[in-house]
Design a protein around this ligand. Structure first.
Ligand code: ISL
Ligand code: CA
Length: 528
C-alpha cells in the first residue's frame, strides 16, 4: 500500500500573505476558506499552513505564545475547525506547523521561567555564563534576564527562547499539543527546525563564520530519541504524516531521521546552487549544481521532499529562472522539475503563478527580523552599502512573503485595506485572475502538470534514474511496473544541443515532439 502522503501534492500557505477576508491588511483563515475551490481546481491534496497560533510576531508566527489557540489576526478555533471541515469536503488534508524548538518569550511558560516559578523553572536553557554560540539570525545566542540573574539560549531571535529537552515535562507538553491538533482533525505536521531540539552539551563551539556551536546540537542522539518517542506515543496513533525541516542535514542524517521518527525531511543542499554554504555569500546560479544536488538526494533517501521555494527562500523564477526575459518559460521549466521528481512535491503559494522577488526600493520596506538583523550586522562589519543591498534584495525572506496576487486590482485583490507588506507592482500582469483564464499561463501549466502527476503512478512513486546531465540540461527517467516517463529540463537562457529525444506528453513550448535542440528554459515530459 502506498501512503497517501506519497501520492498527493502539497501546497504551502503563508497565512499572513494569502488572502485577507476583512480588510485589515492581514491574510486570515476565512480568506483561505474562500480560496479552497481554487486550490481544489489546481489539484493539490494537502495544505501546509505556516503558523496560525497566537504570537507576538517577532518572527511572524514562528514565535508562539499559545499553542492551543489561533492568533486573533487570523481568526478563531471555530474558523480553524471550519477550514478543516471545508477542506475535507474537497478531499484536501490540512497540515500545521509544529514549532517546538523554541516558544515566544511572551509564552506563559517563559514568563514564569523568568520568575523561577515551578514547574516552568527548567523549561528553558538557563546559564549563569553564556557560551560562544551564535544565532541563526546573526549575533549572540544568549540573552540576560535580570529577574533570574541568568542568560537564556535563543538560537533564533531574542523573542524565541529555546526549550529545554532534557526536561521530560517539556516533551510531555509537546505530546499534548500534538494530540490537541490531531484530535481536531489535522493530518500531520511540518516540524520546524526539528533536528536541533536536543543540545548535547553547552560547551563552546569550534570557531566558524556562522552558527558557532552547531556541532553540539545538529541531529544529536538526544533528538533522535525524542522523535522516536513522539512517534511511538502520538503519531503512530493517527493517520498522519510528518515532514521535518532539518537544517544542515546530510543524506545519512536524513535517513536516520526517517527511520521510525519522521516520514520525510526538507534538506537544504540544493538551495546552495546560488550561494556558498550560507545564503548571504552570493554566487552565480549554476544549473548543474542544482541538478547534482537534486539527483544525489533522489538516490540517497528513501522518500524525498521536492521544493524550490518556501517562506524563507527567494522566488525560484527570480533565482533559478529568468524573470526578465523568459518569465513564463522559466517558471514552467521549474514547475516540471518540481512536479516530476521522486518525492512529495511542495508548492509555495504564488509559485504556481510565477510570482517574482519583492520589488523593494528601500530598506524601510523590509519586515523580516532576519533581514533586518543581517543588514545591520553586515553594515557593522563594514561591508559596502552596495553589497548589503544586493545581498538583502536577493536573499531576504520578504521576497517570498509579499501578498498573493489574485487580480490586477489595487493590492492585487489581496486586501481592501492596506497590506502588511507591499504587494509587488507586477500584480497587474502576474495574477490569478488573468492566469486562470489563459490556457498558456503558468497557473494553467501547473494545473495540467499536477493532473498528470496525480494520474501517473510512475511520476508519483516510480523509480528515478538520471538519463544525462550537462552544465545546463537535466534529463531523467521515472518508471513504475514497466511504464516509463522521461523528463528533460534546460535551465539556461541559451539553446542547448541534446541527444534526440522524442514525443512529448507536456512541453512548456507547446511542442508535440522534441528534436536535438532545446530552446532557452525549455522543458518537457516525454513518452518512453
Ligand atoms: O531562513 C533561513 C536562513 O535564511 C534559515 O536559516 C531558517 O532560519 C531555518 O531554516 C529555520 O527556519 C524555520 O525556523 C525559523 C523560522 O524563522 C523560519 O521561518 C522557519 O522556516 C525559526 O522558527
Ligand atoms: Ca484579515
Amino acid at each position: 500500500m502506498i501512503e497517501w502522503w506519497k501520492k498527493r501534492v502539497v501546497y504551502q500557505i503563508y497565512p499572513r500573505s494569502f488572502m485577507d477576508s476583512n480588510g485589515d491588511g492581514i491574510g486570515d483563515i476565512q480568506g483561505i476558506i474562500s480560496k479552497l475551490d481554487v486550490l481544489h481546481e489546481l489539484g493539490v491534496g494537502i495544505l501546509w499552513l505556516s503558523p496560525v497560533y497566537c504570537s507576538p510576531n517577532e518572527d511572524n508566527g514562528y514565535d508562539i505564545s499559545d499553542y492551543r489557540n489561533i492568533n486573533p489576526e487570523y481568526g478563531t478555533l471555530a474558523d480553524m475547525d471550519e477550514l478543516i471541515a471545508e477542506a475535507s469536503k474537497r478531499d484536501i488534508k490540512i497540515v500545521m506547523d509544529l514549532v517546538v524548538n523554541h516558544t515566544s518569550s511572551q509564552h506563559e511558560w517563559f514568563k514564569k521561567s523568568c520568575q523561577g516559578v515551578e514547574p516552568y523553572k527548567d523549561y528553558y536553557i538557563w546559564r549563569k555564563k553564556p557560551n560562544n554560540w551564535t544565532s541563526f539570525f546573526g549575533g549572540k545566542a544568549w540573552q540576560y534576564v535580570e529577574s533570574r540573574g541568568e542568560y537564556y539560549l535563543h538560537l533564533f531571535a531574542k523573542g524565541q527562547p529555546d526549550l529545554n529537552y532534557d526536561n521530560p515535562a517539556v516533551i510531555e507538553e509537546v505530546k499534548g499539543i500534538m494530540r490537541f491538533w490531531l484530535d481536531r482533525g489535522i493530518s500531520g505536521f511540518r516540524c520546524d527546525v526539528i533536528n536541533i531540539l536536543h543540545k548535547t552539551t553547552l560547551r563552546n563551539g569550534r570557531p566558524r563564520i556562522a552558527l558557532v556551536g552547531r556541532e553540539h546540537y545538529l541531529s544529536q542522539p538526544g533528538t533522535h530519541r525524542i522523535l522516536k518517542e513522539l512517534r511511538k506515543d502520538v503519531l503512530s496513533k493517527y493517520d498522519c504524516f510528518t515532514v521535518g525541516e532539518s537544517v544542515m542535514v546530510t543524506p545519512k542524517d536524513a535517513k536516520q531521521l526517517c527511520n521510525g521518527e519522521l516520514d520525510m525531511v526538507f534538506s537544504f543542499e540544493h538551495m546552495n546552487a546560488d550561494c556558498f554554504f550560507i545564503k548571504w555569500l552570493l554566487r552565480k546560479f549554476s544549473p548543474i549544481r542544482l541538478y547534482k544536488s537534486l539527483a544525489k538526494w533522489e538516490k540517497k533517501v528513501k522518500w524525498n521532499t521536492i521544493y524550490l521555494e518556501n517562506h524563507d527562500q527567494p522566488r525560484s523564477v527570480s533565482r533559478f529562472g529568468d524573470e526578465k526575459n523568459h518569465p513564463i518559460e522559466s517558471a514552467k521549466a521549474l514547475a516540471v522539475l518540481l512536479l516530476t521528481l521522486k518525492g512529495t512535491p511542495f508548492i509555495f503559494e504564488g509559485e504556481e503563478l510565477g510570482m517574482t522577488n519583492f520589488d523593494m526600493t528601500s530598506m524601510d520596506q523590509l519586515n523580516d527580523v532576519e533581514s533586518k538583523n543581517v543588514y545591520s550586522l553586515a553594515r557593522k562589519l563594514r561591508l559596502s552599502e552596495n553589497y548589503c543591498h544586493k545581498m538583502i534584495w536577493q536573499k531576504s525572506r520578504d521576497n517570498a512573503r509579499t501578498p498573493m496576487q489574485w487580480s490586477a486590482q489595487k493590492h492585487g485583490g489581496f486586501t481592501t485595506g492596506t497590506p502588511w507588506l507591499k504587494v509587488n507592482d507586477n500584480h497587474t500582469t502576474i495574477n490569478f485572475d488573468c492566469e486562470h483564464d489563459d490556457p498558456n499561463s503558468v497557473w494553467s501549466f501547473y494545473k495540467e502538470l499536477i493532473a498528470l502527476r496525480n494520474s501517473t503512478p510512475a511520476l508519483q512513486y516510480g523509480t528515478f534514474k538520471v538519463s544525462f546531465m550537462t552544465k545546463n540540461v537535466f534529463a531523467y527517467e521515472r518508471a513504475f511496473e514497466g511504464k516509463k516517463i522521461g523528463v528533460i529540463v534546460n535551465l539556461s537562457n541559451k539553446k542547448q544541443r541534446v541527444p534526440c529525444v522524442g514525443y512529448t506528453i507536456m512541453s512548456n513550448y507547446g511542442r508535440t515532439q522534441l528534436d536535438c535542440e532545446l530552446e532557452p528554459y525549455e522543458a518537457a515530459v516525454l513518452r518512453r
